[in-house]
Write a protein that binds this ligand. Structure first.
Ligand code: PLP
Length: 433
């Protein structure tokens, strides 16, 4: 017996808060009832009603090769035939760790966890343990998972809502976080003057991608590096989205700025629940059992996630996926940008490789929250439904970025461009009516 999305959502609301396992999935930001999907392959999602959509959400980023890439699937199936979890030493996490240490210059040692949130939480604990200081600087609109102390002026599911903070975070915990505007070098310097010897680390999304895509000037990241070095604090790059996506070495490679610690998630697990944090050996050796900073996990280094991650990264390297995917994304963005201009819509599109964002700011590449147009949620809500009608699935929020995967072949990219044109044309009609 098959059910519609509407029926399933009604049932889900009876047994889970908001009917979902993560807030953005509830379609609150775009209105309406969320679509329930039953399967996926390559660039496509299939709904319980039998609808087919070209997927630009890609599970919010892990699936850089698309859904169920055959090479990754083969490794996963082989692993499932051997074991699901050991809770003991095994060669699979070793192989992924060796691959990362060999291929990412600033990672000499890495510890795997089960999500990006855990990676960030552990990196912050390590920074506090290593420096003997408590405060952490974060930037407005950057999202670092649902770590208590970092749920202050956050992005992702909190983007665009009036209170960008979470209830349930104690004042004591929140007071350890200093929130500064993105791109504001002076504010960073002033914070260090004011809180002399109190700041353990700066954590930043070097490519902020959770409140739209807010590309930063390289000088900003360079300043963060200089000031942390001078002041004896650590620089943490949260590359949960950008790691292994914008370049194998993430934004650290693109910007030439080397962080002390880096956090990973998404691509590193090839679509399975994997996160990781890493950096200089000396620093990482402060983590238990070598050092006094405790961190552990029942399913950490889960073998299925480890082989999926390694199969993904190895294929990306072998087929030079990042530069080729970037070229495809640039072409799509240019085409969509062309449609927007021809239709004279009050929109822009910005990308960094395969991360793309359609926005209503008059500035083509906004860099901070105040530069995002105040009609973003409203315009996107309309565009989202026009896209759905065309069989294009975008993340259901105007503040989430879109992801292109390697499974979006050149043919799919051309087809997508045509569908975007039709969706944008209808947006134009509804906007002028
Ligand atoms: C930059 C960044 N850090 C951390 C996280 C948290 O990762 P997870 O959702 O796997 O806990 C996210 C999730 O979107 C993220 O984008």
């Amino acid at each position: 017996m098959s059910f519609t999305s509407k029926e399933l959502f009604a049932r889900a609301q009876q047994v889970s808060p908001g009917g979902v396992q993560s807030p953005v999935r509830a379609f609150k930001s775009v209105g309406g009832t969320p679509i329930f999907f039953k399967s996926a392959q390559g660039p496509y999602l299939y709904s319980v009603e039998g609808g087919e959509y070209i997927d630009f959400c890609q599970s919010f980023g892990p699936l850089i090769l698309g859904h169920r890439d055959p090479d990754v699937a083969a490794r996963v199936q082989e692993m499932i035939g051997k074991a699901w979890t050991f809770g003991a030493c095994e060669p699979y996490s070793l192989e992924l760790a060796e691959w990362i240490v060999e291929n990412v210059d600033h990672v000499e040692s890495v510890r795997f966890v089960s999500s990006g949130t855990e990676a960030v939480m552990s990196a912050c604990r390590l920074a506090r343990g290593a420096t003997g200081r408590n405060k952490i600087i974060k930037f407005e609109g950057c999202y670092h998972g649902h770590v208590d102390s970092l749920l202050v002026k956050s992005g992702s599911g909190l983007a665009g809502v009036a209170a960008s903070d979470s209830a349930g975070v104690s004042e004591n915990v929140a007071s350890e976080t200093i929130v500064l505007p993105l791109g504001d070098k002076e504010a960073v310097s002033r914070a260090f003057e004011k809180h002399k010897n109190e700041i353990a680390a700066i954590i930043v999304e070097p490519l902020p991608a959770n409140f739209g895509l807010l590309k930063q000037d390289p000088e900003f990241l360079e300043h963060l590096r200089e000031v942390t070095t001078q002041e004896g604090a650590l620089l943490i790059f949260d590359e949960v989205i950008s790691g292994f996506r914008v370049a194998m070495g993430g934004m650290a490679e693109l910007s030439g700025v080397t962080p002390d610690l880096v956090t990973y998630g998404k691509v590193i697990g090839g679509g399975f629940p994997v996160g990781g944090y890493g950096g200089k050996k000396e620093l990482m050796e402060m983590v238990a059992p070598m050092g006094p900073v405790y961190q552990a996990g029942t399913l950490s280094g889960n073998p299925v996630g480890m082989v999926a991650g390694l199969a993904t990264l190895a294929k990306m390297q072998k087929e030079s996926v990042i530069p080729r995917l970037t070229e495809r994304a640039d072409n799509l963005v240019e085409a969509i940008g062309g449609h927007i201009r021809e239709l004279e819509l009050p929109l822009n599109i910005v990308n960094q490789g395969s991360l793309m964002w359609i926005h209503g700011s008059t500035k083509p590449e906004p860099q901070k929250l105040s530069e995002i147009g105040d009609k973003q949620a409203e315009i996107f809500g309309e565009l989202f439904y026009h896209c759905l009608e065309e069989g294009l699935y975008l993340a259901p929020s105007g503040y989430e970025v879109s992801f292109l995967s390697w499974a979006h072949s050149e043919k799919i990219v051309i087809e997508s461009s045509l569908r975007f044109r039709r969706a944008l044309t209808r947006l134009k009609e509804t906007m002028s009516s």
